[in-house]
Ligand binder design. Sequence first.
Ligand code: NAP
Length: 275
Amino acid sequence: MLSSLGVIGLGRMAQAILSPLLERGEIEPEQVFGVVGRKTSVQVVKKQLPPEVRVFSSDDPDSATVWEAPVQLLAIKPQQLKALDRTLNKNKPVLSTSRPLLISLLAGVTLQRLKQSFPKHSLVRAVPNTPALVGAGITGLSLGEEITTDQQLSVEKLFNPISEVLDLPEDQLDAFLALTSSGPAYIALIAEALADGAVAAGLPRVLANYLAHRTLYGTSLLLKEKELHPGQLKDMVASPGGTTITALRHLEKGGLRSALIEAVVAAAERSRELA
Ligand SMILES: NC(=O)c1ccc[n+]([C@@H]2O[C@H](COP(=O)([O-])OP(=O)(O)OC[C@H]3O[C@@H](n4cnc5c(N)ncnc54)[C@H](OP(=O)(O)O)[C@@H]3O)[C@@H](O)[C@H]2O)c1
């Protein structure tokens, strides 16, 4: 179990990590200290978490508690790092004998850049995704050089209960993020469009939505369990002169494959830009 956690930025991604950890008893709510940007966000965030979790706004002097936790999760937007920098006192000595661990979720922000803001921390970059909410996430990690074995264990305690974890070279994180972190949005869009198609073809909306996500779920499980190449599965379904090959012809004509390739490349480029 994690002993104590400071969370800087308690938005969508931080909560997607924190909520399942709290639900599964992987951390005690009394041991979680969070800080958000605006005063008005404090009550909103508090309603989404157990009452024992302490939440401060960034201008509250008590928010310093967050920076005293041995493990800290940085989950603000990359664009908000400069503003955070201005409020950090880099010369303030670290109270504990060892360096605290800072796990950054910031898209595109490199370990080298993080070191400028957090020279007295051990650093890790983590790229999680929202399926962590249901314990089915995938997280890419790049560990900084100063990480101790205990800190590595803390990183595992944070991400293993909610996701599969992969160690990656840092220069692969942008492409990893473009597929896995942004991916749930692409898949949700596909699910929505498939359901729209079924409604256009005559099914009621609720049934169409259910069938779209059930089909995505079953297909994903089949690819994984039978270790199929996606092309193999496509060929298994498309019989000569049948309905599927007719539909696939439309998808190729509409450029679905190329649109998805370009989307992933564009997301990776945007992540690099944010650095
Ligand atoms: N969403 C995803 O699926 C996903 C996936 C992988 C990685 N990430 C990364 O996760 C990070 C967070 O993304 P998100 O989608 O969770 O963003 P978000 O929902 O906008 O959350 C950002 C949080 O940071 C807080 N914040 C802003 N300035 C702050 C400051 N100076 N001090 C303390 N807290 C401050 C915000 O508080 P206020 O609302 O009060 O301003 C908010 O709670 C990003 O760096 C993103 O690259 C996200």
